[in-house]
Design a protein around this ligand. Structure first.
Ligand SMILES: *Cc1c(COP(=O)(O)O)cnc(C)c1O
Length: 395
């Protein structure tokens, strides 16, 4: 202890302890480094601090070594250079809008988009003077005809999170690049493992880390991943201005789950495929909306661009069943819970009234759609559960 330190009161020494943190200690976990205030070595460091420089620590809201480690992992998974963490997947979507779009700009959104993204677009159109138009997700290179001089941003989702169409991402991205329009893809479905959009010309990949990255159905987080430096700075500035940050405790939970993500994703994929093959042959089902099946629009694009599917797929029940009967089927399931947020160990099922969710493109099916998320339960038990619920509710 220095002389000045030993002269201080016990209380002051509790606030300013003199010790070296755990010399010689090593483990596999990323230390949880919490901070609001980040302490600068001197005033020169304060005055030369630059928010653009990711290597400088400035404020706990922006990053600590814990969140920075997670950002690095996420950028690596998708072959990007930068990631920014947000308190939810939806917040990552919102940050893209706030960073890039201003009054007078035009935004294109696929008609099968994740509903809260549509809600956000409608809000900007209604209250903020932004033009928002919806396009047929299967438009491909035809998107070029929709681009206007003031088009700033094109959203892509692959596949659509309820109806599962897989768009021609490279074609949309190329048309956008030719007109200097930024593209952002909601890539939550693939976790960045089965599809790498930055390699297909997309500018921003959005992940809801709430799903596979967390894997525990117990936290919310989102991220944007980019390769372009200027775009990263635009997203970073919007995040900073809005005062958005994440808890490093949550970051440490995601870091804990990341090493097992690929193994979990592959297990979900195997079970979901097996279950989908079995369901496809059932007389109750009129269409199998799993991108690995030819029934699913974008099957060819999926086969070309994706290396796997994970646990999510939808089915359309035969139109002879009323929506009330399908509700009864979903409620009769015991192993499939009723809930929105997938990506964890537990299976889920949810019916959707798709026709009411569309504005421009035609929905070709008349029967009710049910989206399944296949968890990590034994696949034979899940099949038996579905069979029993079908017997109980559909006769
Ligand atoms: C869950 C989800 C989101 C939003 O994530 P939250 O963390 O729940 O806000 C966004 N897009 C897709 C495709 C999702 O499945």
């Amino acid at each position: 202890m220095t002389d000045s330190a030993s002269a201080r009161s016990r209380q002051t020494r509790i606030v300013h302890p003199e010790f070296e943190t755990a010399p010689g200690f090593e483990s596999f976990s990323t230390p949880v480094m919490r901070a609001s205030t980040v302490v600068f070595p001197d005033l020169a460091a304060v005055r030369s601090a630059d928010w653009r420089n990711d290597a400088q620590w400035r404020y706990g809201l922006h990053a600590t070594p814990t969140s920075a480690t997670l950002m690095q992992h996420l950028a690596q998974i998708e072959g990007g250079k930068h990631a920014l963490l947000q308190p939810s997947g939806l917040s990552a979507i919102s940050n893209v809008y706030f960073a890039l779009v201003k009054a007078g700009d035009d935004v294109l959104i696929p008609d099968n988009v994740y509903s809260p993204n549509r809600e956000h677009g409608n809000w900007l159109a209604h209250d903020f003077g932004v033009s928002v138009r919806y396009y047929d997700p299967m438009i491909g290179a035809g998107i070029a005809q929709l681009i206007r001089p003031n088009t700033r941003l094109i959203w892509i989702e692959a596949p659509g999170s309820v109806t599962m169409e897989v768009p021609d991402v490279p074609a949309i991205a190329a048309a956008a690049r030719a007109r200097k329009v930024v593209t952002a893809i909601d890539n939550t479905y693939s976790a960045g493992l089965a599809f790498r959009p930055l390699e297909h010309g997309v500018d921003i990949s959005v992940q809801a880390l709430t799903k596979y990255q967390s894997g525990g159905s117990d936290l919310l987080m989102g991220a944007t991943i980019t390769a372009d430096e200027a775009l990263h700075q635009e997203l970073k500035r919007a995040r900073m201005r809005m005062g958005i940050g994440v808890s490093v405790d949550d970051c440490s939970l995601v870091l804990r789950s990341l090493p097992s993500m690929k193994a979990r994703f592959e297990a979900h994929d195997r079970s979901a495929l097996a279950l989908a093959h079995w369901l496809k042959a059932r007389p109750e089902i009129s269409a199998m909306l799993h991108p690995a099946f030819p029934d699913c629009p974008g099957h060819a694009e999926f086969t070309r661009d994706f290396t796997g599917a994970g646990g999510l797929f939808s089915v359309v029940f035969h139109e002879r069943y009323s929506p009330a009967q399908i509700d009864a089927f979903v409620e009769a399931l015991e192993l499939f819970a009723i809930g929105w947020s997938w990506g964890g160990a537990h299976s889920l099922a949810m019916p959707y009234d798709v026709a009411s969710m569309r504005s421009t493109s035609q929905w070709p099916h008349r029967g009710t759609l049910v989206r399944f998320y296949v968890g990590l339960e034994d696949e034979a038990d899940l099949r038996a559960d579905i069979e029993r619920a079908m017997q109980a509710a559909l006769g």
